[in-house]
Design a protein around this ligand. Structure first.
Ligand SMILES: Nc1ncnc2c1ncn2[C@@H]1O[C@H](COP(=O)(O)OP(=O)(O)OP(=O)(O)O)[C@@H](O)[C@H]1O
Ligand SMILES: [Mg+2]
Length: 288
């Protein structure tokens, strides 16, 4: 089944400023004719330079924004249909960049219970969901802590647990590791990958970190509101110059391989990991 499908998705913001003659309405096209189909169970990464439209896309999946033109469906539910709003939000949960803005309660387990409580889930079922969600993000021992006592990575895992308690099919994470230190980033990424592999939850991860993108099933690149690249990580990252043209980096080892190739050393263009690099260099050595 399609988890998320956008067809000709276009979104315009209206920026209102004032000049001597009064209000000026300026249209900003943040997304332009975007067609994306994400299958159930996929781990997808969305890349793009600042202001390219990634967050605007993410907000459509949660029906926080409604298309100006075109459509976006979550499990065949059209986000323009207001009657489906709660079903859509229950199916597709969102995690944002700043963990401090997402945690609402003063005790971890109350925070996780907040979503299901609002959905009218029975108390005994809520208790079960909170315990399961805490176990899934490996934070059981922090159930009665105050979120303010947790590290950034732990707070993001609680934010993820809060979404899990809603039993979503899909989680959209908009730069969830941007404010974290390397340890926190690793914890959160491992959690995300486990949710995908073990719980079968569809993951849509927006990130600036190429090492996170390498682990995805598919990568989408958005530039200036348009979908410009789509493929498995090896297809995307072997196109170093094109990515640089969109203001994006490639993983460090991929760049080293690219620079060595430019010097005439015949290495594969799609090296993504250190292990692959080591293998390719050993192979190359045996040919000289
Ligand atoms: N509320 C808003 N009002 C007007 N313009 C907006 C608004 N939000 C975003 N935009 C504009 O829409 C475009 C896309 O913004 P968006 O936040 O989706 O990009 P992004 O890829 O998420 O960027 P970043 O990497 O900085 O998070 C940008 O030109 C931005 O300035
Ligand atoms: Mg953004």
């Amino acid at each position: 089944m399609n988890m998320v499908k956008s067809e000709h998705l276009t979104y315009e913001y209206t920026r209102i400023t004032e000049d001597a003659n009064g209000e000026v309405h300026e249209k900003i096209t943040a997304l332009s004719d975007v067609n994306i189909t994400i299958e159930q169970g996929e781990f997808v990464v969305v890349l793009g330079h600042n202001g390219s439209g990634k967050s605007t896309f993410a907000k459509h999946i949660n029906a926080l924004l409604e298309p100006t033109k075109g459509t976006l469906c979550v499990k065949d539910m059209d986000t323009r249909n207001g009657d489906l709003l709660w079903d859509i939000r229950q199916s597709a949960g969102m995690v944002f960049q700043n963990p401090d803005n997402q945690l609402v309660a003063t005790i971890v387990e109350e925070d996780i219970a907040f979503g299901p409580e609002n959905m009218g889930v029975e108390p005994s079922e809520i208790r079960k969901r909170v315990d399961e969600a805490l176990a899934t993000v490996r934070m059981e021992q922090y159930a009665t802590y105050s979120p303010s006592k947790l590290s950034g990575g732990q707070k993001q895992r609680i934010a993820i647990a809060g979404v899990l308690a809603m039993k979503p099919d899909c989680i959209v994470l908009d730069e969830p590791t941007a404010m974290l230190d390397p340890v926190g980033r690793k914890e959160v990424l491992e959690t995300i990958r486990r949710l995908n592999r073990e719980e079968g939850i569809t993951i849509i991860l927006i990130t600036h970190y190429m090492d996170e993108a390498v682990q995805a099933d598919r990568v989408y690149v958005i530039d200036d509101g348009k979908l410009v690249m789509e493929g498995v990580p090896k297809e995307i990252f072997s196109q170093v110059e094109r990515l640089q043209g969109y203001g994006l980096d490639v993983p460090q080892v991929t760049e080293v391989a690219y620079l060595l190739r430019k010097e005439g050393i015949d290495l594969p263009a799609d090296i993504l990991t250190i292990e692959e690099m080591v293998g390719a260099i050993c192979q190359y050595k045996s040919t000289i």
